[in-house]
Design a binder for this molecule. Structure first.
Ligand code: HEM
Length: 227
């Protein structure tokens, strides 16, 4: 069991991140015509605006929430006077809210993609796997709330923060923090890490472009001359 724990939480995260970074680079280099979000708006607009907006608000909120919550060092929270219990409560409320928004949008997107004939015709197996994988990770993430409320002192949350920070700083003992974590968290984290593995092979590559589009705010003026 402890070897499996070491592999999934000590080695697999680096495999996943390597595939994510190198895979994205290779796809960008070799397959630029496939680098897109593959919008289905022209085929069928129904449920798209509401579903897509709710889904993206939720998933981006969860993404930044995870980064901020897991990677902010403990001493920062101590300096700000924020107790572990308070941080845990904020995480449960904010994560639960964003998760619910994301789930409602994702359900609409899955419904239209699986029931509309025009959209089904252009939907690949990869599209289906992606949506269902995100759904699985999301449902497991929401289910972890049942565990978090049992540890309202934030002790499990601190273990997860330690794991993430030790992983990112290449400290060999990262997986040891996961030994005592409840199974639901482990399953949620495996599903989440695997999203990085499938990322370069799906339409998810549009996320890079989404973030890169922020550079438009500071791009140089476009010069237009008469002749
Ligand atoms: C960074 C900012 C982002 C932007 C600007 C963006 C933009 C878009 C756009 C324009 C579409 C196409 C909608 C249509 O059918 O017309 C789309 C679809 C999609 N996006 Fe994003 N996105 C972003 C981040 C993300 C993130 C973080 C995820 C999740 C991990 C994600 C997952 C998806 C998925 C799964 C679809 C396909 C939905 C479907 O099956 O219809 N996006 N996105």
């Amino acid at each position: 069991m402890s070897y499996l724990n070491y592999f999934v939480f000590g080695i697999y995260p680096y495999i996943a991140l390597s595939i994510f970074l190198l895979g994205s680079l290779v796809r960008f280099e070799r397959e630029q015509y496939t680098w897109k979000s593959d919008s289905s708006q022209l085929l069928y607009r129904g449920q798209l605006r509401l579903g897509n907006i709710l889904f993206h608000i939720g998933i981006l909120g969860l993404f930044f929430g995870h980064m901020f919550g897991l990677l902010t060092p403990l001493w920062v929270w101590h300096a700000l006077g924020v107790s572990h219990g308070l941080k845990q409560m904020v995480a449960v409320v904010a994560g639960g809210l964003m998760g619910a928004i994301c789930l409602s949008g994702l359900s609409l997107l899955i419904y239209r993609r699986f029931t509309n004939a025009r959209i089904s015709a252009v939907t690949t197996t990869g599209d289906k796997v992606l949506l269902l994988w995100i759904l699985g990770a999301l449902l497991l993430g929401l289910a972890t709330i049942t565990q978090s409320v049992k540890h309202s002192d934030g002790s499990v949350m601190v273990l997860l923060m330690m794991w993430a920070q030790h992983m990112l700083t290449f400290q060999g003992d990262a997986s040891s923090f996961m030994l005592g974590a409840p199974l639901l968290f482990k399953m949620h984290m495996f599903m989440g890490m695997t999203l990085f593995v499938i990322f370069p092979f799906t339409r998810l590559v549009h996320v890079w472009s989404g973030f890169a589009s922020v550079t438009y705010l500071v791009r140089p003026w476009q010069l237009v001359r008469r002749r």
